[in-house]
Structure formats: structure tokens, C-alpha cells
Design a binder for this molecule. Structure first.
Ligand code: PLP
Length: 411
């Protein structure tokens, strides 16, 4: 008895007209001409807007939704997102600049990440961006800079929780971590920060990323609120901000299914009441990257060669891991699996065949599809990698092997 082979979740967000994928309402072949070169990333503006609307329809009113720029820092996309969300989360001085350029009020931009430089902290203080404090060193530098410049420092303490998000693709809290301040050390840090004249507005607690299990996310959210209430009891000032992280995933690989947001929204409504009762001044927030932008983007490469090697068909494209490390399986995956891939100008196509799609790099790691059933294709056709709106070009080693960079468009 064999169980059915797991398949990719259907990619229905992009319509197909005359067998050609449409991105941003434009046929992919035409979009490729408009862009002027391949490979490119295309992000669909309407899908970004729809995704935020879908989420808001399930979230309780009054909860703040933040976009984590790290997932996709393309300035035009961040500008679009800034008009849809309540805040932007940045993780470097460079991202802070992109966020400030959107016109988002600085107080609704927060800056997290280990090892912030003195220059970055000074930049944040001058701009009025909220620093998520992750060490005693950051408290000391921020306090000194505030004194030197006469600007009052307001900050949030990022907490490394004493638990983690079960079943997350990337664990970013719990145990020994470089992120945040260990929960058990937070009370002492709050005293230190207050003594140094820093107004601690509240907490950010982020426990993990890329989870497709609503139960696991809800459990982590409950434990996060529990921890925050415990920490708030010893805080010198009332909690005004409480960011409970995110971790919402999107389906990438065969067998994975879209996250069900409805129960998470209902659960957040309960948590919101609990927080309102205990911390009446607190603004509750969640921060999401990939969930907001990942499904709205495709990576498009042109097939330049078709080869047959000992019975295996290879489509050699002009794009690869130097633009899209994650799709090649080399960005944190333990076992390589295929992203959803199609021939964008032959969505149904005629004959289908098992092919491997590779890039032009001289390394076997440069693999975009490993023995996938695709429409028969050859030079000139457009290979599309779905689920590419997050952790794409900015998370790839563009300089590796010296090929030209990919273009990005928002359509
Ligand atoms: C990376 C990161 C996020 C975004 O994670 P996604 O999986 O893209 O949603 C949110 N918050 C913090 C603190 C992060 O480091």
C-alpha cells in the first residue's frame, strides 16, 4: 500500500490566461519584455493588498500589524506595505533608512537585531525610532547617546523567551540565543534601563518563524502573553507596547498546506481582552514578514539550454541560487525540497516530463527544480518559481560567480 505522493499546495493566486501566467494583471511573456531582461522578481501589488485585508478580516480590531522589512526590503514594496500596515520592523541601519523614507512615523518603526552599532543606535535615537534593546551594552550606549544629544530615549526590551515556537521552520527564541535578553534577566535590565533614564515602553517577544500549525502559534502566543504579564508586574513603568511576534508561515513544499488564520484571530481576540484587563495602556502588536509578502512574488528565469544527460532532461536557465538561494535549498533547509515551479508561458502545456531546472553557476547546488513534472520546455521559455516574495534576492549571494544581478519589479 502506498500513500499518495505529497503535492505542492495549488498556486491559485496568479490567474492563467491563454496558458500564460498573469502577474499584476500582465501576461508573464509581456511582463518579461517590459522588464527588459531576465531573470527578475515580480511582486504583485494587488496580492499584497489582498493579503493584508485577509489578515485584518480575521484579526481583532485594535491589534497593530507590523511588517518586518527583512522579508523583502525592496523600497517600492516597503512603500506599498507602509500604506497598509501599522508599523515597520527593521533590523539594520540600512533597513531603517528604507522604512523612514516611506513616511511611516518614526515612533511606529522598531529596530531589532543583535550587535547594533553605536552609529545605528545614534541613527535610531535621532530619528525617534523605537530601539528593541537586546543587551546591557545597548542600554548603556543608548543612555549615553541620549544624554549627549539631549534626546529622551524610548525603547522596548526584546525578550528571549523561556520557550520556543513548536514546529517552526526557524527557531528564534527559547534556550540559549543571541537574540534578546533572557527572560530571567529582564527584571534587572528594566531597573538598569530606568536608572539610565530610558523610558521602557514595553516588550517584544518573538519565538519563531515559518510555522504552518495554528495550534503551535496560538500556544506560543498564549505563553508570550503570560510571560509579558509576569515581566510587566516588576516593570518600573506601565507597559504601553507589547509585540508578541509572528511566525505565520506559508506553504513551500509538497505536502504543506496554508495556515488557517481564523482560529488564530479568534484566539488573539481573547488574548487582547486579557492584555487590556492587566495592562490597560498596552498596544498589542504582531509582526510578520514572509506571510505578508511571500506568496505575492515570483522569480522568473529564462531557459537558455535544454540538455539530456544519461536519460535526465536538464533545463539550464539564466537564473539560479545567486538570486534565489532559498529555492535552491540552501537557505536553512535540512533536506532539499522543491519550491513550486512551473513553465510560466506553458502553464498546462502539452506533453509533461520530469526535468531538473538548474542555473548557470558551476556548482551542483545551483538547482531550482529537482526532477519535477513540468510542461515540456526549451530555450526561450520562462521558468517561474512561486512563493518567492520573501527572502529572495536580498537573502542570496548575488556576487557568487559574477553573473548579472536580477531585476525587481512591483506590478
Ligand atoms: C525575521 C523576523 C521576523 C519575520 O519573520 P517571518 O518569518 O518573515 O515572518 C519578525 N520578527 C523578528 C524579530 C525577526 O527577526
Amino acid at each position: 500500500m502506498s500513500s499518495p505522493k505529497p503535492v505542492h499546495a495549488p498556486q491559485t493566486q496568479f490567474p492563467v490566461v491563454d496558458d500564460c501566467l498573469q502577474v499584476g494583471g500582465i501576461a508573464l511573456t509581456r511582463l518579461a519584455q517590459r522588464v527588459g531582461s531576465t531573470p527578475f522578481y515580480a511582486y504583485d501589488r494587488a496580492l499584497l493588498t489582498e493579503r493584508v485585508a485577509h489578515l485584518r478580516a480575521h484579526l481583532p480590531a485594535g491589534i497593530a500589524l507590523h511588517y518586518s522589512i527583512k522579508a523583502n526590503p525592496m523600497p517600492a514594496l516597503v512603500q506599498h506595505m507602509a500604506g497598509l500596515v501599522d508599523g515597520l520592523d527593521v533590523a539594520s541601519g540600512g533597513e531603517m533608512k528604507v522604512a523612514l523614507d516611506t513616511g511611516m512615523p518614526a515612533a511606529r518603526i522598531s529596530f531589532a537585531g543583535p550587535g547594533k552599532s553605536e552609529a545605528e543606535l545614534a541613527q535610531a535615537l535621532a530619528a525617534g525610532v523605537c530601539v528593541n534593546i537586546e543587551s546591557e551594552r545597548e542600554i548603556r550606549i543608548l543612555a549615553r547617546l541620549a544624554q549627549e544629544t539631549g534626546v529622551k530615549a524610548a525603547a522596548v526590551v526584546r525578550v528571549n523567551p523561556d520557550f520556543e515556537l513548536r514546529s517552526s521552520g526557524m527557531k528564534m527564541g527559547g534556550g540559549a540565543k543571541q537574540f534578546g535578553i533572557d527572560a530571567e534577566l529582564v527584571p534587572a535590565m528594566l531597573v538598569l534601563a530606568a536608572a539610565a533614564g530610558i523610558d521602557v515602553l514595553g516588550f517584544q517577544i518573538f519565538s519563531g518563524s515559518q510555522s504552518l500549525k495554528a495550534d503551535a502559534i496560538m500556544e506560543a502566543q498564549s505563553r508570550t502573553v503570560e510571560l509579558a504579564l509576569r515581566l510587566a508586574a516588576g516593570a518600573p513603568a506601565p507597559v504601553r507596547q507589547l509585540n508578541i511576534g509572528g511566525g505565520f508561515g506559508i506553504p513551500y513544499f509538497p505536502g504543506e498546506q496554508a495556515l488557517d488564520i481564523a482560529p488564530i484571530g479568534a484566539h488573539l481576540a481573547q488574548l487582547q481582552q486579557q492584555v487590556a484587563a492587566a495592562l490597560p495602556q498596552a498596544q498589542l502588536a504582531i509582526e510578520l514578514g514572509r506571510y505578508l509578502v511571500g506568496e505575492a512574488g515570483v522569480y522568473v528565469a529564462r531557459v537558455v539550454d535544454r540538455k539530456l544527460s544519461r536519460g535526465q532532461v536538464f533545463l539550464v536557465t539564466d537564473g539560479g541560487l545567486h538570486h534565489h538561494l532559498a529555492a535552491s535549498g540552501n537557505f536553512g533547509q535540512v533536506i532539499r525540497k522543491n519550491y513550486p515551479v512551473a513553465i510560466g508561458n506553458r502553464m498546462a502545456g502539452g506533453e509533461r516530463e520530469s526535468v531538473s531546472a538548474v542555473g548557470p553557476l558551476c556548482t551542483p547546488l545551483d538547482l531550482l527544480a529537482d526532477k519535477m513534472e513540468l510542461a515540456q520546455a526549451g530555450p526561450g521559455d520562462l521558468l517561474v518559481v512561486f512563493q518567492s516574495g520573501a527572502y529572495g534576492i536580498s537573502a542570496s549571494p548575488a556576487a557568487f560567480l559574477g553573473h548579472p544581478p536580477a531585476v525587481e519589479v512591483l506590478v
